[in-house]
Design a protein around this ligand. Structure first.
Ligand code: URA
Ligand code: SF4
Length: 207
């Protein structure tokens, strides 16, 4: 089975984990992507936010949520009252998965990671969460939710509530929509409001 496990150094801090993750070959996704995109943020964060996987911009720059979805997320966190200095942002899968569309100027279009790839990559997320030991973890979107709460997870039904996450040591977790859903929606404002309202629940738990 694919797994990052043999690449994860035991007892390592975030910097050593990031360095080791740069050489991960735990699943085939490292072959086509430019680089590993590890998490970023405060080592003593109270909130760990988990996206799906890096996008095109993140793959080029090597940092999570630096593209359009990241802008939406930053604004929503601010509006919800979550202090950015208390957050750490990462992804369920650390390499960009994509297909090239030749008729569209060779644009790289994001492909959703498979359950096998998410499971393979989970030791990195588990190590990040273990080192940071946050008060709450936020799963951004259905993919992160399923990766962490199991395939029966439904974001429409379970968003906005605090649930224990067995895959991550029973840490408290809240799932919400992915910020890119705001960008794709017909009614952007309403979808954005929903994201902010879920993130307010996170802000409340930190008071
Ligand atoms: N979408 C994600 O899920 N993660 C990123 O890092 C960027 C976009
Ligand atoms: Fe390793 Fe995760 Fe990249 Fe797969 S996606 S090679 S498990 S870091």
């Amino acid at each position: 089975a694919y797994t990052a496990e043999p690449f994860v150094p035991g007892g390592a801090g975030l910097d050593a984990l990031r360095e080791a993750a740069a050489g991960c070959r735990g699943c085939p996704l490292h072959r086509e992507a430019s680089q590993t995109v590890f998490g970023a943020g405060a080592p003593d964060a109270r909130v760990v936010l988990v996206g799906e996987q890096p996008g095109d911009q993140e793959d080029r720059q090597g940092r999570p949520f630096v593209g359009p979805a990241g802008k939406v997320l930053t604004r929503a966190l601010d509006e919800a009252g979550v202090d950015p200095d208390e957050t750490y942002i990462t992804n369920a899968v650390k390499h960009f998965k994509f297909t090239v569309v030749p008729e569209r100027g060779k644009r790289r279009i994001h492909k959703p990671p498979s359950l096998r790839e998410m499971t393979a990559c989970r030791p990195w997320l588990a190590a990040e969460v273990h080192v940071i030991d946050p008060e709450v973890i936020v799963a951004l979107g259905a993919t992160a939710g399923k990766a962490l709460l199991g395939p029966s997870f439904r974001v429409t039904k379970q968003r906005g509530m605090l649930l224990p996450c067995p895959a991550l040591d029973g840490h408290e977790m809240l799932a919400t929509i992915h910020p890119s859903a705001v960008l794709r929606a017909d009614d952007r404002e309403a979808v954005y409001r929903g994201l902010v309202s879920d993130l307010r629940v996170v802000a409340e738990t930190l008071r």
